[in-house]
Design a protein around this ligand. Sequence first.
Ligand SMILES: Cc1cc2nc3c(=O)[nH]c(=O)nc-3n(C[C@H](O)[C@H](O)[C@H](O)COP(=O)(O)O)c2cc1C
Length: 344
Amino acid sequence: METIREETVMRTVSARVPALDASTLEQLISAAVAAPSIHNTQPWRYRFVPATSTLEVRAATERTLRHTDPAGRALHLSVGAAVFNLRVAIAHFGWEPVLRLLPDPAEPRLLASVRLAGPPRTGSAHRGDLYDVIRRRHSSRLPFSDRPLAESLRAELADCAHQEGAVLRFPDTQEAGRLIQLTAEAERRDISNQGRCEESRQWIGGTEDGALGIPDAAIGPLDAEGHLPVRDFSALRRSGLPPSQPFEKRPVIAVLSTVHDRSANWLRAGQALEHVLLLATAEHVRCSLLHQALEWSDLRWALRGSASGPGHVQMLLRLGYGPQGPATPRLPAAEVLRDSDKKT
Ligand SMILES: Cc1cc2nc3c(=O)[nH]c(=O)nc-3n(C[C@H](O)[C@H](O)[C@H](O)COP(=O)(O)O)c2cc1C
């Protein structure tokens, strides 16, 4: 793996602010890229600006899913999740992360900047052990047990989303059933949508160099009883994928939403998503995402409901206890950092 060059790194001017060396920069970026992203497209690139001690996060728009995510909402969620990891890692190494979303209206691809400021004055804004679980968190598309999530844990997870400017609700069984039906309808539509099927084919099964996309090993079984519409990745079932298995009878579904639906809200929703996922991981709770209905505007609208939270739904999560999901590869930190210097 190519290592990050020393020239990209600065010594910060103030004696109060810890210096950033090449190895720490690499660790910050590899924490960021461990975030979830739609179809594992990893639609981000990073640039360190020594003069201001700022890490800039740009959208890798060439990896937008044109058919599945034409508005780039899922791309923003993915980048938001990476920004949350970056904030956690920056705090872990002793700086205060000062975040600006969409800092330059003249450059819409610049989605966020995080300045490495002096040590936190009031302590970290999140639980101290989240850095340790960044690389342990994986999507788990496997069946979970029927063990419910304690009310106190649900409240803690909702608080994580709230801290990032989003709302996380746990609908009752009836409402969860309605959301699952809408997801099943999205699955049916996906299967007969040529553009989406072709797009899926590019990303599922892994890409040529193996560092992007979802490898077969990370794709879970379908629900043998047909109740839970886990993503079929557009009917790409091939031999070698796991046989169907029964899933939990009463899946624990959580709905993540925001009051408004602008790009800044999508970035906040992404940060909220990752905050929730890291806390869940720290508490040994597994998660997989059910995003299919969000990809059809009428179905996304129908996901709204008083029991699902206010405003605009950004993600459905399925949470529970079960086996850890397998790791999915990432581009090396040096590659996404180096790429940032290219004028694209
Ligand atoms: C916006 C967004 C939408 C996603 N949608 C789904 C989905 O519908 N089904 C699914 O199984 N995983 C979904 N994922 C999870 C990604 O496939 C996963 O994060 C990626 O493959 C990397 O794997 P990891 O989460 O194990 O690190 C989504 C992730 C994001 C950020």
